[in-house]
Design a protein around this ligand. Structure first.
Ligand SMILES: Cc1cc2nc3c(=O)[nH]c(=O)nc-3n(C[C@H](O)[C@H](O)[C@H](O)COP(=O)(O)OP(=O)(O)OC[C@H]3O[C@@H](n4cnc5c(N)ncnc54)[C@H](O)[C@@H]3O)c2cc1C
Length: 242
C-alpha cells in the first residue's frame, strides 16, 4: 500500500447480527467512518438465548480496542478461577486461574458474561454509529459469491462492495457457495475478494473449547486491518488474499 493514499470508503453488507457480525460493524466503522455498513439479521430482534461465555485475554483486549470495556462491569464479572469437575462425582479435574493471573500473564483480564448480554453490549455501541444500519427480519436466502450480492427470503436484493458472512454454524451464506461444511480459514478465495466468511460460519468450535466468540473477534480484528488498508474497490481481491 502507498501510505499517502486514503483508505477507500466501501458499501459493506454483513449477514447476521451475532457476536461476529456486530463486532464487524463496530470494527470496520472504527477504521473508517465513511464505510456504509448494513447488517442483516433474520430474527425480529436480538436473541435472548445463550449460555455463559468465557472471554479470555485475546478477546478482552479487542473489546477494549473497540471501546466496550466500560460497558462490561454492568453485565459481566471477573472470576478468580474456573473449576472443571467430573459430572458423576463432582471430583475436581482441574482448576484454572483466571484473575488477576490473566492480567499478569497476558496484560488483559478474563471476563465471564451471558451471551445475550455480550451481544447487547456490542449492539448498543454499533447501533449508535451513524454509518451502521442494523436491519432485523432480513433472512439471507441466497448470495452471489463473486459479486457479493445478497438475496433475502423477504424479496430484497442488496448489493455491496464487500459482503461479510457472519450467519453462524448453519450459515446459509456458506451453503450458497456449495460448502457443505465449515472452512478452515476465514477468507473464501473468491476471485473478486468481495465475500468473506467469519466466526462460526467459518470455523465453529465445540462449546467446551471456550474460544468460539474469541476466535470470531480475532477474525474481525484481522478483517478490519485488511479493509482498513484497502485504497480502492478494485484492489479488494488483492487486499483480501494478502
Ligand atoms: C453452550 C455454549 C457455550 C459457549 N461458550 C463459549 C465461551 O466460553 N467462550 C467463547 O469464546 N465462545 C463460546 N461459545 C461460542 C460462541 O457463543 C460462538 O462462537 C459465537 O457466538 C459465534 O458468533 P457468530 O456471530 O459467528 O454466531 P452467532 O453469535 O450465533 O450469531 C449468528 C447470527 O446470524 C443470524 N443468522 C443466522 N442465519 C441467518 C440468515 N440466513 N440471515 C440473516 N441472519 C442469520 C442469527 O440469527 C444470529 O443472530 C459457546 C457456545 C455455546 C453454544
Amino acid at each position: 500500500m502507498l501510505y499517502d493514499q486514503r483508505p477507500c470508503p466501501l458499501d459493506i453488507t454483513i449477514t447476521g447480527a451475532g457476536i461476529s457480525g456486530l463486532s464487524t460493524a463496530l470494527a470496520l466503522s472504527n477504521v473508517n467512518r465513511e464505510h456504509k455498513i448494513t447488517v442483516l439479521e433474520s430474527n425480529a430482534s436480538l436473541s435472548e438465548f445463550g449460555a455463559g461465555v468465557q472471554l479470555y485475554a485475546n478477546s478482552t483486549r479487542l473489546l477494549d480496542k473497540w471501546g466496550l470495556t466500560s460497558s462490561l462491569p454492568k453485565v459481566a464479572f471477573q472470576s478468580s478461577h474456573m473449576s472443571v469437575r467430573r459430572w458423576q462425582d463432582n471430583a475436581e479435574l482441574v482448576s484454572i486461574m483466571n484473575n488477576p493471573t490473566s492480567t499478569w500473564l497476558y496484560e488483559w483480564p478474563q471476563w465471564q458474561i451471558y451471551r445475550p448480554d455480550l451481544q447487547r453490549v456490542i449492539f448498543d455501541r454499533a447501533n449508535e454509529l451513524p454509518n451502521v444500519n442494523i436491519l432485523f427480519g432480513y433472512s439471507v436466502a441466497d448470495m452471489n459469491h463473486e459479486t457479493g450480492t445478497v438475496y433475502t427470503a423477504e424479496g430484497s436484493t442488496i448489493k455491496a462492495d464487500l459482503t461479510v458472512a457472519a450467519d453462524e454454524i448453519w450459515s446459509k451464506s456458506r451453503r450458497c457457495w456449495n460448502y457443505a461444511r465449515p472452512c478452515i480459514w476465514m477468507v473464501y478465495a473468491s476471485a473478486s475478494g468481495r465475500v468473506v466468511l467469519i466466526g462460526d460460519a467459518a470455523h465453529a468450535l465445540l462449546p467446551h473449547a471456550g474460544q468460539g466468540a474469541g476466535m470470531a473477534m480475532e477474525d474481525v480484528a484481522s478483517l478490519a486491518e485488511f479493509v482498513g488498508f484497502s485504497t480502492s474497490k478494485d484492489n479488494l481481491s488483492t487486499t483480501m488474499s494478502a
